[in-house]
Design a protein around this ligand. Structure first.
Ligand SMILES: [Zn+2]
Length: 96
């Protein structure tokens, strides 16, 4: 499993567990997962658990510095359930 240089190891593991080892955006479990900032650092996003989600390299690149909600809703594979998972991670991540 890939690591994450922004978080403590346990935080990244809890994060992966929350998303069932899948990309937070498209839901694939078949690609290598990278750590993506929901709010890009260039937009003031921080290196903290509530702002980091697992993303496949394709989504990570396609999202770039876009707003994560707009990015998700623009996807042909959009799922409200997956978006809710991101919202719940935003809350859980704050307490790690
Ligand atoms: Zn993806």
């Amino acid at each position: 499993m890939s690591g994450c240089r922004y978080l403590e190891k346990y935080e990244w593991l809890v994060c992966l567990e929350h998303f069932d080892g899948c990309c937070a955006y498209c839901g694939t479990s078949k690609k290598k997962l990278t750590a993506d900032h929901l709010v890009a650092k260039s937009r003031g996003g921080k290196d903290e658990a509530s702002n980091i989600v697992p993303a496949c390299e394709t989504c990570n690149q396609n999202k770039g510095t876009s707003d994560w909600r707009e990015f998700m809703m623009s996807m042909s594979t959009f799922s409200q359930e997956r978006m809710n998972k991101v919202f719940s991670w935003r809350r859980i991540g704050r307490y790690l």
